[in-house]
Design a binder for this molecule. Structure first.
Ligand SMILES: NC(=O)c1ccc[n+]([C@@H]2O[C@H](COP(=O)([O-])OP(=O)(O)OC[C@H]3O[C@@H](n4cnc5c(N)ncnc54)[C@H](O)[C@@H]3O)[C@@H](O)[C@H]2O)c1
Length: 199
């Protein structure tokens, strides 16, 4: 399979790439998008694509994992309009246009697409624990809204494409994740506690 992983050099994406590359018999080639270097560069079944997902992309693939998104609360909270990754891109634009472009690709080549969404789609939930059927309690004008609402719109787009174009979709609402390769200063709660304890 030719697998496209957007955000493949990020914290979660790099682990996904490792897992996929380990299944040698299942893949011919790997594609991913990011700006960071990775140990797979130079591997015959691996191809690096430097591309901003807010721009359309046309490549022949059999499956798409769409992870690309500025995910650090530090960046999007204090600079929601101009993000360091791409100086002219809005956080919301990355989630909305980025997902739209990847859905366009999925439709064009007729393949399944997975979106990494977030527990933030529940906002400040009134139900615990949150079930998939729960619609959440999101503040549309808060400092984190660009991320929360961006992912909610991305989920809407996924289901609209599924209903209208019969595209096979998957959405994973990831909760706080931690582990090797995460940026200690990215503002997620677990790394924040660990960093405080270490300091
Ligand atoms: N880490 C968590 O606890 C957590 C929780 C919920 C959801 N998620 C979601 O999982 C996904 C991965 O998160 P992560 O923690 O690995 O984040 P990360 O910041 O480590 O990785 C994100 C990657 O996306 C890339 N990227 C950002 N904007 C891009 C663009 N416009 N075009 C191309 N690449 C772009 C970055 O360069 C980076 O490599 C994200 O969609 C995030 O919203 C993560």
């Amino acid at each position: 399979m030719r697998i496209l992983v957007t955000g493949g050099a990020g914290f979660i994406g790099s682990h996904l790439v490792d897992k996929l590359m380990a299944n040698v018999h299942q893949m011919k080639r790997m594609r991913y998008i990011s700006g960071q270097s990775q140990e797979w560069i130079g591997h015959p079944r691996f191809e690096l694509i430097r591309h901003d997902v807010t721009e359309p992309l046309l490549v022949e693939v059999d499956c798409i994992y769409h992870l690309a998104c500025p995910a650090s609360p530090i960046f999007y909270k204090y600079n929601p309009v101009k993000l360091p990754f791409s100086q002219t891109r809005l956080q919301l634009r990355q989630n909305v246009i980025g997902t739209l472009n990847m859905l366009g690709l999925a439709k064009w080549v007729g393949v399944r697409i997975l979106l990494t969404s977030t527990s933030e789609v529940y906002g400040d939930p009134l139900e615990h624990p949150q079930k998939e059927e729960y619609w959440g309690n999101v503040n549309p004008i808060g400092v984190r809204s660009c991320y929360d609402e961006g992912k909610r719109v991305a989920e809407t787009l996924m289901f609209d494409y599924h209903r209208q174009h019969d595209i096979e979709i998957q959405i994973a609402r990831i909760f706080n994740t931690y582990g090797p390769r995460m940026n200690i200063d990215d503002g997620h709660v677990v790394s924040y506690f660990v960093a405080q304890a270490l300091r």
